[in-house]
Design a protein around this ligand. Structure first.
Ligand code: 5GP
Ligand code: ZN
Length: 115
């Protein structure tokens, strides 16, 4: 699987940087955001290094579908029953800070810090 040695999320996938994991399978990892905006804030990432949403190709369609399909299941497991937000930031104008594709999934009772 393609990993970037300088990528912080690849290091999380490889266990070189610790994270609070919420879900893992051979293709996907979900972990709690270090700086949460909401009571529950997880990031769902492909284990393969894809820098941005621009980098997906048709062969990634199933993977993207699985990321979206995982979100509600994970939220239920984490006790989020009153709705949640999903968000993918892409590129500079999308204010993407970490250059490894990730989907934010945020939920829990309001008020939230942001979003
Ligand atoms: P972006 O702005 O790229 O969409 O969001 C990156 C997210 O990654 C931010 O919400 C930030 O808090 C989170 N993040 C950055 N570094 C780490 C880390 O080392 N561990 C965890 N768990 N989250 C991180
Ligand atoms: Zn990466």
């Amino acid at each position: 699987m393609n990993h970037d040695p300088d990528c912080i999320f690849c290091k999380i996938v490889e266990g070189k940087i610790p994270s609070k994991k919420a879900y893992e399978d051979p293709e996907l990892l979900a972990f709690h955001d270090i700086n949460p905006w909401a009571p529950v804030h997880v990031l769902i990432i492909p284990k393969e290094h894809l820098a941005t949403h621009y980098d997906v190709r048709p062969e990634h369609d199933a993977l993207l579908g699985r990321m979206l399909g995982l979100a509600p299941r994970l939220m239920r497991e984490l006790g989020v029953v009153n709705g949640f937000r999903t968000l993918i930031n892409t590129g500079p104008d999308g204010r993407q800070e970490v250059q490894h594709l990730h989907m934010h999934v945020m939920g829990g009772p309001r008020p939230w810090a942001k979003g």
